[in-house]
Ligand binder design. Structure first.
Ligand code: ATP
Ligand code: MG
Length: 407
């Protein structure tokens, strides 16, 4: 057991903090050995609003996972997401220095793609190469060692505000955790819920979390587009709260126990109880009425996804369809509605390829934390540009990441 590697992924969502601990055995098998989840307190919009509460919630989720795994966690791989992230596609071109394309040429060409003017408070988090062109020949995914004179790259660049990420890292330290590396949530999710075939065919990953819905489009095997929509499962809860005049906690309970999107086969006479508040007696309403509230908001979210796809050049959808992750993907009937609204196949993205507590992490809410573990084990996407090519980012680009790399 001594050579087995233990690794932990921490997903700080706006609703819940999720921690997954896995062990990679010498034979390469990965077993999930612990999970922990705790309501996220002190976190907002991908940043921190109350550091003490945030550190306490992180500690609680990690302790639950430690208890289950029977080991202590000191280091975590962390996911970043949130409304402060932005992305765009960029381009770089360089002259190849030697006879064949070397790692240094790849660094230089990606450097060109990242050479964009940034607002003062923003930093580049990831530069994900999409494909390379050598001497005018397009569609090359692995140019290393090939011969050529001119090397071009198309890359997806993800920007974020430095401050929220630094605040989150500080909260992890306060919770006794060292952040090994930071990864964009959809990149982590893709690792465990999408197959190489679907990424090649073209697929959209939609994570419906609490505060946001994250979209990531993969075409020809690489990330083409990311977007963050400012609406998620919490908005559904707030709609129920307002429409049924019931406290948030009861609205959340109703959503999770009786909620669904509308469906033709739904029993129109089924009744659910709405608890009374302030000594008032409970009320009974048609379940159909509850589902109408949910359906309206989910329909809105899906139409926003369709608009986004249309805007970025996929009005017909994607051949590989849509894969849903995030806690709100658990809503009954989501995939059926999505197939109608988006006009493409829809599936739930439960993490795959893991053993151990795989039934627990099958829930799409664990996709990000499981993806972090798998990326951590395989050293995939580790700050993508920097770690993969062993390059320390240039001074001033992002000091926090410099510290992480130089350890
Ligand atoms: N069974 C369920 N049915 C409906 N909604 C659910 C269910 N389980 C969880 N949710 C919803 O999922 C949301 C939380 O999902 P998740 O944990 O993926 O979000 P998060 O990562 O905390 O948020 P974000 O990604 O926006 O930062 C909440 O709004 C919750 O109500
Ligand atoms: Mg999330």
């Amino acid at each position: 057991m001594t050579k087995d590697t233990i690794i932990a992924g921490l997903d700080l969502g706006t609703s819940r903090i999720k921690c997954v601990v896995a062990v990679r055995h010498e034979d390469g098998q990965v077993d999930v050995i612990g999970t922990g989840t705790h309501p996220a307190k002190g976190l907002r919009n991908g940043g921190v609003c109350n550091p003490e509460d945030a550190a306490r919630s992180i500690r609680a989720a990690v302790e639950e996972a430690e208890l289950m795994a029977g080991c202590e966690i000191n280091e975590v791989f962390l996911a970043i997401s949130g409304r402060h992230l932005e992305s765009f596609n960029s381009y770089g071109m360089v002259r190849v220095e030697g006879e064949t394309i070397a790692a240094s040429d790849l660094e230089r060409v990606v450097d060109m793609a990242r050479a964009v003017r940034l607002p003062a408070d923003q930093a580049i988090l990831h530069v994900v190469p999409q494909s390379y062109v050598i001497d005018g020949q397009p569609g090359i995914s692995r140019p290393l060692g090939m011969s050529g004179v001119r090397l071009e790259v198309a890359a997806h660049v993800i920007l974020g505000h430095q401050e929220p990420i630094q605040q989150i890292e500080a909260c992890c330290r306060d919770a006794g955790l060292q952040v090994v590396d930071v990864l964009l949530a959809p990149l982590a999710q893709a690792e465990v819920v999408l197959t190489p075939q679907s990424k090649d065919l073209g697929v959209v990953l939609v994570d419906i979390g609490g505060d946001t819905t994250d979209i990531a489009v993969f075409v020809e095997g690489s990330l083409q587009h990311t977007a963050v929509l400012p609406v998620g499962g919490e908005h559904i809860t707030l709609d129920i709260k307002k429409c049924l005049n019931t406290p948030t906690v009861e609205a959340e309970h109703l959503k999770q126990t009786h909620g669904a999107v509308l469906d033709e086969d739904m029993d129109l006479d089924a009744v659910v109880e709405v608890p009374g508040v302030g000594g008032r007696r409970p009320r009974h309403i048609k379940r159909h009425a509850l589902c109408e509230i949910i359906d309206a908001r989910v329909d809105e979210i899906l139409k926003l996804v369709a608009d986004e796809l249309q805007q970025v050049g996929y009005p017909e959808g994607l051949p590989g369809g849509v894969v849903f992750t995030g806690g709100a993907a658990n809503l009954q009937g989501l995939c059926e509605l999505a197939e109608r609204v988006l006009d493409m196949p829809a599936t739930l993205g439960g993490p795959k390829g893991l053993n151990g507590l795989s039934d627990v992490v099958q829930n799409p809410r664990y996709a990000t934390a499981c993806g972090l573990v798998v990326c951590g084990i395989n050293q995939r996407h580790m700050m993508w540009y920097g770690r993969q090519k062993n390059v320390v980012p240039r001074k001033g680009i992002f000091s926090m990441f410099q510290r992480l790399f130089s350890r």
